[in-house]
Design a protein around this ligand. Sequence first.
Ligand code: IMP
Ligand code: MG
Length: 183
Amino acid sequence: MKAMDEDILQVLVTEEQLKAKVQQLGEQISRDYEGKDLLLVSILKGSVVFMADIMRAIKIPSAIDFMVVSSYGGANTTTTGLVKIIKDLDSDLSGKDVLIVEDILDTGVTLSKLVPMLKMRRPNSVKICAILDKPERRKADIHADYLGFQVPDEFVVGYGLDYDEKYRNLPYVGVLKPEVYSK
Ligand code: IMP
Ligand code: MG
């Protein structure tokens, strides 16, 4: 068996660090949203691992929903334009306290467009919870209300994040060896 670990050059955030942080964020969210109508919105696919963990670290009643979005323009995405909704939410947002669960805030373009779109649906509030943040890459004026770890400007995989749809199931966040990309 060739394990995925063999493709990893460096671990940036360990499984233990992720676990501890998720518990801490869950406690904080449980306190902040007490008495509110919390709806956790997971942006697929990258946030699926974080979502599964954070929802169990939240100790107050909350609903979950899922969304698939893509920015127009692919790699050349700019801060203008729209986000294309590939799979919309099932829930009616009116009166809900929406917490978007994301894997990483990178350029911020996707969420800077998605948040106003969701706000048009008259929720009580919309906030962002991201396990990773790459502040050096930011193009849009957006920040996470709940944040796990800042990472340097490097392409990372694991804990939901993929390279070519793989490595999402790594239990930690790491950087791939250069030879993996040249294959
Ligand atoms: P942005 O903030 O609009 O640039 O988009 C962020 C999305 O791009 C994330 O939700 C990830 O799915 C993906 N992404 C950004 N940086 C990385 C990375 O380092 N590894 C894997 N996916 C990434
Ligand atoms: Mg994503």
